[in-house]
Design a protein around this ligand. Structure first.
Ligand code: HEC
Length: 310
């Protein structure tokens, strides 16, 4: 009989898992609200059942008392015995706790005496033992279901899926952002409005060292940006990179925290629009002569053909 009960728990355990894993494709946290409602619902139902059982027991007791008052002690005892036999709840609780009655505790008292505290050799309460077997059953089912079947995904697989989704979301977000421009994909802007914004940025942030003309002066901190000679390259990608990361050790700060990529894009394009403006009193050329590559077929050809002192 006991074995059959345990077997029953084993057979039932998959149902619990199935109930719990329903809709396992979807995100657990997204469903948390729904799950909470479900859990609260179960608690309410269990509480209601407990209340009903309790009320029924009360009613039976009242009925027994009534019998005692109306018919005396013997019929009362008879009714009490009958209800004790018939109350399934009482039988279940008794079977589930299997506690030795206080009168027979002497039989299971151990010899150990810890400063007057004695030990009873009670058997494990069946409710606990069944719960333990249930967890073993669930774990076996769990491993099979989540790790070896294709029906459900393990937490590692769910993690991978969520990471992929998050990456896709980031991609989608970035695709909507013009700010995505960086030194690897930047192209020269020629639109007057863009260059106008570039000029505003230059006058605000850069003119202190490079002067408003961009040409600097013999005693200015920043080099001449209007000539063909560059310390760090004269292509749009080079200039973008210099402005973005700066040359901190030489006094040119990195602007990537103060300017957005689109702003660096505009100011860099503006700088290159100053090529050949030859402002009077500009700083002497520094760096290497940069010759723009016109021929896109011939990207590899050498761009730097001259060298001037740094
Ligand atoms: C505090 C002074 C200062 C400010 C402000 C400044 N720069 Fe510079 N910049 C320099 C110095 C100094 C260098 C030369 C670095 C070197 O010697 O490597 C330089 C170099 C450069 C270069 C590279 C020139 C070359 O020959 O390769 C570019 C492009 C440039 N700056 C753009 C800008 C822009 C755009 C701004 C404004 C957003 C700006 N700078 C603001 C000091 C400054």
């Amino acid at each position: 009989m006991k074995k059959i009960k345990i077997l029953g728990f084993f057979l039932l355990s998959p149902l619990f898992i199935l109930a719990a894993s329903e809709g396992s494709d979807s995100n657990f946290y997204a469903d948390l609200g729904l799950n909470l409602i479900g859990i609260i619902g179960i608690i309410v139902v269990v509480a209601a059942i407990a209340l009903i059982v309790n009320l029924l027991n009360q009613a039976i007791k009242l009925r027994e008392l009534q019998i005692y008052e109306e018919q005396g002690f013997e019929p009362y005892l008879e009714a009490k015995k009958k209800s004790a036999r018939s109350s399934w709840w009482r039988r279940v609780t008794k079977a589930m706790t299997a506690a030795v009655p206080v009168e027979r505790e002497q039989d299971i008292l151990l010899n150990h005496d810890y400063d007057g505290i004695r030990e009873l050799d009670n058997s494990l309460p069946p409710w606990w033992v069944y719960g333990f077997y249930l967890t073993i059953g669930i774990s076996i089912f769990y491993v099979g279901y989540y790790h070896f079947s294709s029906n459900a995904k393990s937490s590692a697989e769910l993690y991978e899926i969520e990471m992929e989704q998050a990456e896709a979301a980031v991609e989608r977000y970035l695709a909507t952002q013009a700010n995505r421009v960086d030194e690897s994909n930047v192209t020269l802007l020629t639109d007057a409005a863009d260059l106008g914004e570039g000029k505003d940025i230059f006058d605000t942030y850069c003119a202190a060292c490079h002067l408003k003309t961009g040409g600097g002066a013999p005693n200015s901190v920043g080099p001449n940006l209007t000539d063909k000679y560059w310390l760090h390259g004269g292509s749009i990608k080079d200039v973008f990179k210099t402005v973005k990361y700066g040359v901190p050790e030489k006094g040119m700060i990195s602007w990537k925290d103060q300017l957005r990529p689109t702003e660096i894009h505009k100011v860099s394009s503006y700088i290159l629009s100053l090529q050949g403006t030859n402002p009077p009193g500009a700083k002497e050329p520094q760096g290497e002569l940069y010759v723009p590559e016109e021929d896109t077929e011939n990207q590899d050809s050498v761009k730097v053909i001259g060298l001037i002192n740094n």
